[in-house]
Structure formats: structure tokens, C-alpha cells
Design a protein around this ligand. Structure first.
Ligand code: HEM
Length: 154
């Protein structure tokens, strides 16, 4: 749910280039064959018509529904939809999940001295691909499994 919510708000590729194969209409606009179209996956992920409180980071929104990023739900397309969607979806999403799971399992995370959580900037560079505007600085604290009495891991 956290990975879905992160990719909803911060898809690494914001604009998906496509080409119309046949004539169709969007509202009153005629789209002719061969027209270049940019699908704005970033804006779709924040569309209030699809998402309640779209700007809020709220992974629990995925608790009671089957929305996923496999290309079936057009409101969540960080890997694109259709025949040209990302062929690396399994590798990409698994890498993100395994990396995060390890980082969160092994470490507690704090913001550097004097900083508050609210000071962390979520500003992004705008473009076809999206990245953080400023680097993210966090302090990893090795998790002390000894503190967790019921746990046998360590
Ligand atoms: C979190 C990681 C990743 C994200 C968010 C991502 C996202 C995307 C998106 C949005 C597209 C364009 C889809 C479209 O136009 O509809 C794409 C295309 C593509 N991705 Fe990924 N990707 C990721 C990881 C990977 C990995 C790990 C690989 C390869 C190992 C990969 C290989 C490709 C290729 C080859 C295309 C072009 C497909 C085509 O044009 O037919 N991606 N990806």
C-alpha cells in the first residue's frame, strides 16, 4: 500500500508518450490518427475525480479496494497502461519493495540534527521523468532487535 501510494503521488515517469492509432474524440476535441499524445500520469494520480483528498499521503486508501498498478486501473498508471506498458514492472516494483522492506526492517530513521519532519521538502523537478528537487538526508539508526522482547530475530 505504501509503494502504491508513493507511486501514485510521485511516479518516476510523469508523461507517457503515445500515438493515436485511429480517430477518436476527447470531449469536443477530434484526435486524428498519428497524433502524438502525452498522458499525464502525474496529474491522473492526483485527480480529485478519482482520489479522495488526492494530495494526502494515505496508503490506507488501498485497504478496501483492488486498485493496483498493473495497468487495469487507469487512475494508477506509474508503469503505464496497455501494450507499451513497462516490461520491467515486476523487477521494478519488487526491487522497490525488497529495498524498502530491508531498510525499514534493519534501521530506524531520523531526520538530521535540528531538522523537523515537516522540513523535508517533497518538491519535484517537473519533466517527462520526475526526481526530487533537493537530496533527501536521513540518519539511519541500526535497529536494536534486543529491545523487542518477543522477537527472536537479530
Ligand atoms: C519503479 C521502477 C519503474 C517504473 C516506475 C517504470 C515506469 C515505466 C513507464 C511509465 C514506462 C512507459 C510506459 C508507457 O509508455 O505506457 C516504462 C517503459 C519501459 N520500461 Fe520501465 N519502469 C520501471 C522499471 C523498469 C525496469 C527495472 C526495466 C528493465 C529491467 C524497465 C524497462 C522499460 C522498458 C524497456 C520500457 C519501454 C517499453 C516500450 O516502449 O515498449 N523499466 N517504464
Amino acid at each position: 500500500m505504501v509503494v502504491k501510494e508513493t507511486l501514485r503521488l510521485h511516479p518516476p515517469i510523469g508523461l507517457l508518450p503515445c500515438e493515436a492509432m485511429s480517430h477518436f474524440k476527447i470531449d469536443d476535441y477530434d484526435i486524428n490518427p498519428k497524433t502524438r499524445i502525452l498522458i499525464n500520469a502525474w496529474a491522473i494520480g492526483r485527480d480529485p475525480n478519482s482520489w479522495k483528498n488526492p494530495k494526502e499521503f494515505y496508503p490506507e486508501r488501498f485497504e478496501d479496494n483492488v486498485i493496483n498498478f498493473m495497468g487495469h486501473n487507469f487512475e494508477l498508471i506509474p508503469f503505464g497502461p496497455g501494450r507499451r506498458m513497462c516490461p520491467g514492472i515486476t523487477m521494478g516494483s519488487t526491487t522497490v519493495m525488497v529495498t524498502w522492506a530491508n531498510l525499514l526492517y534493519r534501521f530506524d530513521w531520523e531526520v538530521p540534527n535540528g531538522m523537523k519532519r515537516e522540513d523535508i521538502s517533497l518538491e519535484e523537478n517537473v519533466g517527462v521523468s520526475i526526481s526530487r528537487k533537493s537530496p533527501l538526508y536521513l540518519v539511519p539508526i541500526i535497529y536494536d532487535f534486543g529491545k523487542c522482547e518477543s522477537s527472536n530475530v537479530g
